[in-house]
Design a protein around this ligand. Structure first.
Ligand code: PLP
Length: 349
């Protein structure tokens, strides 16, 4: 087979500030008090790229990693020791259990059925999730006395907060319920807090915290403002520059009409890259400080922008999208989680 020639670099990229990921982990680890901070690296590290995030997190001192799916294990154990990787969804088939044993990673057991499956295929180290009010994954508190749990080797006994990003009475209820359940299950360490939960302070921290979104720049509580550094940036090249005469329209749906002769740039970034249609007429790109508003609809692979404030920009020049997560969430109506995880695989090419 002939070697395929090396492709030239793509005309769009996701800039990832590894230094900011390390700083964010260290900040969250310090805010966790005597607990250690793990890292949620599910969904390709929230869209940032597991191969970028994990080496950085390991260098910073992080040791414990959580993925959601079994298909995400291979990516995680390329970097971390398998015994430090756990799978949040747990096993639903024998094949899942066999894969856990072959790879050496831990399942998080979320139901009596999962406990039974894990025990019947040989048991061994696992994490155990108890539901403290979210009614998503986890055993009910009254199931913790079930004989099926006898002999279970629980490394991390955990629960998950439903409202940690809000000031809700639910937080205290979940904290108190989880604390009251700790004696029911022998375990090596306990864990309750996600990113926002860390900011709730003492009583939520236990032995291990499990931040995700804040590692990647999500500012999900006011306590994190000024402490969490932005991680991602979207950059793309202008692949065409044109002057649109007054009265003509731009893009699908002819949604933008030029009021005067307008210098327009076509950026090689679209919704297939995670720059979603919600940025139509709303998003802004920048060249240095010059704001370059999006004109009309975002297409699959392209977006038109107004170059009036930077008329010298030419084909091949690069611009960056305004994508500060807290601001972008307010402007788009999407969550910071969604804004991160949609950043498409094409950007990571
Ligand atoms: C995703 C996830 C986390 C991380 O949550 P963030 O809100 O992103 O910090 C922690 N624990 C569990 C169980 C999760 O599913």
């Amino acid at each position: 087979m002939p070697d395929s020639p090396m492709a030239p670099p793509p005309a769009m990229r996701l800039r990832v500030d590894s230094g900011a990921i390390s700083d964010n982990w260290r900040t969250l680890d310090a805010m966790s008090g005597t607990a250690r901070a793990a890292a949620a690296v599910k969904a390709d590290a929230y869209g940032v790229g597991i191969d970028r995030a994990m080496p950085t997190l390991l260098d910073a001192g992080c040791r414990d990693f959580y993925v959601a799916h079994w298909c995400e294990v291979a990516g995680a154990i390329r970097h971390a020791a398998p015994e430090n990787v756990a799978v949040l969804h747990g096993p639903i088939t024998q094949a899942d259990c066999e894969y856990a044993r072959q790879t050496g990673v831990r399942p998080v057991l979320n139901s009596l059925a999962q406990v039974g499956l894990w025990q019947s295929t040989g048991g061994g180290p696992c994490d155990l999730m108890v539901d403290s009010g979210m009614n998503r994954l986890g055993l009910r508190p009254d199931e913790l006395g079930d004989p099926a749990l006898a002999g279970l080797e629980v490394i991390t006994f955990m629960s998950h907060l439903a409202c940690a990003d809000e000031d809700s009475a639910m937080n205290g209820r979940q904290r108190d319920l989880f604390a009251s359940l700790l004696a029911a299950v022998p375990h090596r360490r306990a864990s309750l807090a996600n990113s926002a939960g860390i900011a709730l302070g003492a009583g939520f921290q236990h032995d291990l915290t499990r931040p995700g979104v804040a590692l990647y720049g999500g500012v999900v509580r006011s306590e994190l403002v000024g402490k969490i550094r932005p991680v991602v940036g979207l950059e793309a090249a202008l692949i065409q520059v044109r002057t649109v005469p007054a009265g003509e329209t731009v893009g699908y749906g002819a949604a933008f009409t030029a009021q005067r002769d307008t210098r327009v740039g076509i950026v090689s970034l679209g919704y297939a890259d995670g720059y979603l249609r919600c940025w139509s007429d709303v998003g802004v790109f920048r060249s240095g400080n010059a704001p370059l508003p999006v004109l009309g609809r975002v297409s699959m692979d392209m977006t038109a922008i107004d170059l009036s404030s930077a008329p010298d920009l030419a084909e091949g020049d690069w611009v960056s999208a305004e994508y500060d997560l807290p601001t972008a969430a307010q402007r788009s109506g999407l969550t910071q989680y969604e804004l991160l995880t949609v950043l498409g695989p094409r950007l990571r090419a």
